[in-house]
Design a binder for this molecule. Structure first.
Ligand code: NAD
Length: 495
């Protein structure tokens, strides 16, 4: 597969002929050659997005027409799902089951965005703020403008969808930069966007590393940056964009607490806890990587947990029964293994796994055993995001202790509580400092509800009305309802 730059609805070569290769993390085989933009190419993409934003074909398009485009994209993703699943599995190390879910969910997301676009009210008179004989006050919403959107490698298609959907629903334009590890599925999405009839320049897609991201963000025309990635890079991006006072949505890292109360249904909670930290080899931002278990059930829980962890099948992603596959790259593997070694050195008790898998079918890929340590807040991995199949387990006494442990983090992306007592669970949910809390559930998201982080897990929200509003500027329009000069006493202030 050859992946070109997608600028102005054209698939173009890198003008400086910078071409790199992406590899299948299961076996090291080549997946694609991708073109990396030069500075001049990035400039072209920004100009394309700027022209598209001013182009009446896009600017004045009705919300119904935008909604129709989104629906077409949703349908075309469904039509090409087999092809996208195949490339996503090889490019990103997603299992077949994960890739199928990602493609299905992305198609569904564009359908939801279509409904959002159709129902979006861009001018709303506010009755409660208005006063008869004095003022008629209304809010008018308009698209924020040219956006730069930067995504990570863990959910390449889903992330591209989450970013592009609101662009099309609100009338913005974008330059989306995918991660170098996983450029492939967004390239098929580019073809679909063009085929669906999205006007040229509205969506531009490029791939590259930090240098490409920085060069893109340096443009003063960028009115909003929407970034998903690590907290470290998020901080750097805020610095890069500060001189232009760009709006920002930051979806950053996490170290989410998964709390098992002593009245939890263990027949579900054990599997829930494994799913929370092992899904996609633990490479999900909302992973439940701090497992907090109440002392009364600790032994029972751990017995079942250590039995079930052995039943999770680690395998190359072409195995349809793989529970999880490789981590995305050798670099990521080394990061994870160094955290595992550090935790051993810090004398945490290793209760499962702890090694790289290298024999037989694992020989050419980046596979790590499901790994569990018993830890306390003195251990580094209680606080730092690893982004791999590693969990830290901590015993607690009271519900208050659980909350104190859970909130002892610079992150606040997500969390969960497992209990058969809804009132008790909601009390914990209320006390948790995080943007998404599940009760007796994990990882599931709803496009109608906001997703994002407290504290250093981010700024702003994606999805839900909150996510859409972040792509709109709001204007207050004040119309006088008083046409009698004598009553306009405030004018007398200067006479
Ligand atoms: P990363 O921060 O290293 O990179 C993310 C993206 O930013 C990539 O496209 C990368 O090329 C680009 N980038 C890197 N440095 C840059 C710079 N200085 N300026 C501009 N762009 C730059 O993250 P990653 O390793 O790709 O992904 C893993 C991280 O993403 C984890 O921390 C994870 O928690 C986070 N994540 C968060 C969410 C969320 O919704 N909160 C979702 C998925 C992943």
């Amino acid at each position: 597969m050859e992946i070109k730059l997608f600028i102005n609805n054209q698939f173009r070569n890198s003008s400086e002929n910078i071409i790199r290769t992406s590899f299948d993390p299961s076996n090291g085989l080549e997946v694609a050659k991708y073109h990396v933009p030069s500075i001049a190419d990035i400039d072209d993409a920004v100009v394309a997005a700027q022209n598209a934003f001013a182009n009446p074909t896009w600017k004045d398009m009705t919300q119904n027409d935008r909604a129709d485009l989104l629906l077409k994209i949703s349908e075309k993703i469904k039509e090409r799902s087999k092809e996208i699943v195949d490339i996503e599995v090889r490019d990103s190390g997603s299992t077949l089951r994960k890739a199928k879910a990602d493609v299905h969910n992305t198609s569904a997301f564009f359908k939801v965005m279509s409904k959002v676009a159709r129902e979006l009210k861009l001018s709303i008179q506010d009755e409660s703020a208005s006063r008869a004989g004095f003022s008629i006050n209304s809010r008018e919403y308009s698209p924020i403008g040219v956006c730069a959107q930067i995504i990570p490698w863990n959910f390449p298609l889903v992330m591209a969808g989450w970013k592009i959907g609101p662009i099309l629903a609100t009338g913005c334009t974008t330059i989306l930069k995918t991660a170098e590890e996983t450029p492939a599925s967004a390239s098929i999405l580019a073809e679909i966007i063009k085929e669906a009839g999205v006007p040229e320049g509205v969506v531009n897609i490029i791939t590259g590393g930090a240098d490409v991201g920085k060069a893109l963000l340096n443009h003063a025309q960028i009115k909003k940056v929407a970034f998903t990635g690590s907290t470290l890079v998020g901080k750097d991006i805020l610095k890069t964009t500060a001189p232009n006072v760009s709006n920002a949505t930051m979806e950053l890292g996490g170290k989410s607490a998964n709390i098992i109360l002593d009245d939890a249904d263990l027949s579900i909670a054990v599997d829930g806890a494994l799913y929370a930290f092992l899904y996609h080899s633990g490479q999900a931002c909302d992973s439940g990587t701090r497992l907090l278990i109440q002392e009364g059930i600790y032994e029972n829980f751990m017995n079942e947990f250590l039995k079930r962890i052995k039943e999770v099948k680690v395998a190359p992603t072409n195995d349809p029964n793989a529970g999880y596959g490789p981590v995305v790259s050798e670099k990521q593997l080394n990061v994870i293994m160094s955290y595992i070694e550090l935790t051993k050195k810090e004398e945490a008790k290793l209760v499962s796994g702890g090694s790289r898998l290298t024999e037989g079918e694992f020989a050419k890929g980046f596979f790590i055993e499901p790994t569990a340590f018993e830890i306390s807040p003195k251990h580094t991995i209680f606080h730092e995001e690893i982004f791999g199949p590693v969990v830290g387990i901590t015993k607690f006494k009271t519900d208050e202790d659980a909350l104190e442990l859970a909130n002892n983090s610079k992150y606040g992306l997500a969390g969960a509580v497992w209990s058969t007592n809804s009132t008790r669970a909601h009390k914990i949910a209320h006390g948790l400092e995080a943007g998404t809390i599940w009760i007796n559930e994990y990882h599931l998201l709803n496009p109608g509800m906001p997703f994002g982080g407290f504290k250093q897990s981010g700024i702003g929200r994606e999805m839900g009305p909150e996510g859409i509003m972040s792509y709109l500027e709001v204007k207050h329009v004040w119309e006088s309802d008083c046409n009698d000069r004598a009553k306009k006493v405030w004018l007398d202030a200067i006479f």
